[in-house]
Design a protein around this ligand. Structure first.
Ligand SMILES: [Zn+2]
Length: 95
């Protein structure tokens, strides 16, 4: 009855360009000092699906670098890789 249905905040993935609920995406933020952080921070943001294909596409075409106009440290990509592998492992265990 009341209009309290929470609408998802949509953001566009830099790799596949689809709009997704922000909570389903990874967020990379370029902070004021130029460093890149994941998930939390203030500054220019880029969003990426939690998906192997989108991570690979972003890596190959340097989508995150272009979107943020900054260098992305290998450690950031490695962290996302590890998260994907973590979720894969969790899925495998659940089977
Ligand atoms: Zn995507």
């Amino acid at each position: 009855m009341s209009a309290k249905v929470r609408r998802p905040v949509l953001r566009r993935c830099v790799a596949c360009r689809s709009l997704q609920d922000r909570q389903l995406l990874w967020r990379l933020i370029r902070q004021a000092d130029g460093s890149i952080v994941l998930d939390l921070g203030m500054g220019r943001s880029a969003y990426l699906c939690r998906d192997r294909a989108c991570l690979e596409e972003a890596k190959r075409r340097k989508r995150l670098q272009r979107s943020l106009r900054a260098q992305i440290a290998d450690s950031i990509i490695a962290t996302l890789d590890a998260r994907l592998e973590g979720s894969d492992a969790a899925t495998a265990k659940a089977r």
